[in-house]
Design a protein around this ligand. Structure first.
Ligand code: RIB
Length: 290
C-alpha cells in the first residue's frame, strides 16, 4: 500500500436489532412472572453495535444490513454516527429484535429474533462482496445468515475476514474458519471451537485454536481477566482495567469495534488491545451512568 493510499475500508455484514431492555431484580425463572423496574428500547444487534463503535473510534465503516421499513430510524442513527449505510436495505419483513433482561448484579439474559437479519440471499451477498476492494476488511458475527458462502466468496475476492462467532452455535463449527484472518472470541466461543471445557485456561484455549487455525490471528477476550492476542510466535496478554459491571450488554461489541478501528489506523497489536480494553471499560461505565 502506498503511504498516501486510504486505509482499507471496514465492511461489516452485521445484525441490526431493536433491543428491548428490561431492568429486573433477578433473571426471570421458569414459570415466574416478574415486574421490571425500567424499560428502554434502542438500537442494538452485535453488528450494529460494532459498526457504531468503529465509527465513534473514527474508522471508515460501511454497514451491510437489512432492517424492517418501519424502523428506518435505526439506520438513521447509524448514519448520524458516521457509518456508511448505503448498503443497509429497508425491507418488508420485521426487523430483528432482542429481549434483554439485565439484573441488579449486571448479569443479562437475551432472547433473539433474527427477523430481517436472516433474509440475505446469496446473490445479494455476492454483489456486496463484488463492491468491496481487495484488501478491505469484512467483519462478521453469527447473527446473519449466509456466512459459509460469504466467507468463501470474500476470501476469494481478497478481503480480510474478521469473525466474531457470537452467539456461539453448533453451526459455527461447520464454517470455513480457515478463511478468516482474525477471530474475536470469548471464553465460551473459544472453548466451543477448540472442543474444550469452559474451565480450560486461556493459554490452553489459545494453543488448541492456534493448532487448528495456524494462520489466523486470535483475540481472546475474558472480561475481568483481560484480553489475549496470539498469532504465530507472538502471544500477548493485556490485563483488564478494574470496574464494577452494572450492564455488560454490548461491551464486547465495543471492544471489537475499537480494536478494528485502531487496526485500520495502522496501530500495532499492543496498541489495538490497549485502546479496545480502555474503551470497553468506558462502555461499562456509561451503562452504569445511564
Ligand atoms: O452483544 C449485545 C447484542 O446482542 C445486543 O445489542 C442484542 O441485540 C444482541 O444481538
Amino acid at each position: 500500500m502506498r503511504d498516501d493510499a486510504p486505509a482499507p475500508m471496514l465492511h461489516n455484514l452485521g445484525s441490526i436489532n431493536l433491543d428491548h431492555v428490561y431492568r429486573v431484580p433477578h433473571l426471570v425463572a421458569p414459570g415466574e412472572t416478574l415486574a421490571s423496574h425500567d424499560y428502554r428500547v434502542g438500537l442494538g444487534g452485535k453488528g450494529a453495535n460494532q459498526s457504531l463503535a468503529m465509527a465513534r473510534a473514527g474508522a471508515r465503516v460501511c454497514h451491510w444490513g437489512r432492517l424492517g421499513r418501519q424502523d428506518a430510524w435505526a439506520r438513521d442513527s447509524l448514519a448520524r454516527a458516521g457509518v456508511d449505510v448505503t448498503r443497509v436495505e429497508l425491507v418488508d419483513e420485521p426487523s430483528g429484535h432482542a429481549i434483554i433482561q439485565v439484573d441488579d448484579a449486571g448479569e443479562n439474559a437475551i432472547i433473539l429474533f433474527a427477523g430481517a437479519n436472516h433474509g440475505f440471499r446469496g446473490s445479494d451477498l455476492a454483489a456486496l462482496v463484488e463492491g468491496a476492494a481487495e484488501g478491505d476488511w469484512l467483519l462478521l458475527q453469527n447473527e446473519c445468515n449466509g456466512l459459509e458462502g460469504l466467507m468463501n466468496r470474500a476470501a476469494e475476492r481478497g478481503l480480510a475476514i474478521a469473525f466474531n462467532p457470537a452467539p456461539m452455535a453448533a453451526s459455527v463449527l461447520a464454517l470455513p474458519l480457515e478463511q478468516c484472518r482474525l477471530l474475536f472470541i470469548n471464553r465460551t466461543e473459544a472453548a466451543g471451537l477448540a472442543g474444550l471445557g469452559a474451565d480450560a485456561g486461556a493459554e490452553t484455549l489459545l494453543d488448541a485454536l492456534a493448532a487448528r487455525l495456524p494462520a489466523c490471528e486470535l483475540v481472546l477476550t475474558l472480561g475481568g481477566d483481560g484480553a489475549w492476542y496470539h498469532q504465530g510466535a507472538l502471544r500477548l496478554h493485556r490485563p483488564a482495567l478494574s470496574v464494577e459491571a452494572v450492564d455488560t450488554t454490548g461491551a464486547g461489541d465495543t471492544f471489537i469495534g475499537y480494536y478494528l478501528a485502531a487496526r485500520q489506523a495502522g496501530l500495532d497489536v499492543e496498541a489495538c488491545l490497549a485502546r479496545a480494553s480502555a474503551v470497553e471499560v468506558e462502555a461499562l461505565l456509561a451503562a452504569e451512568a445511564s
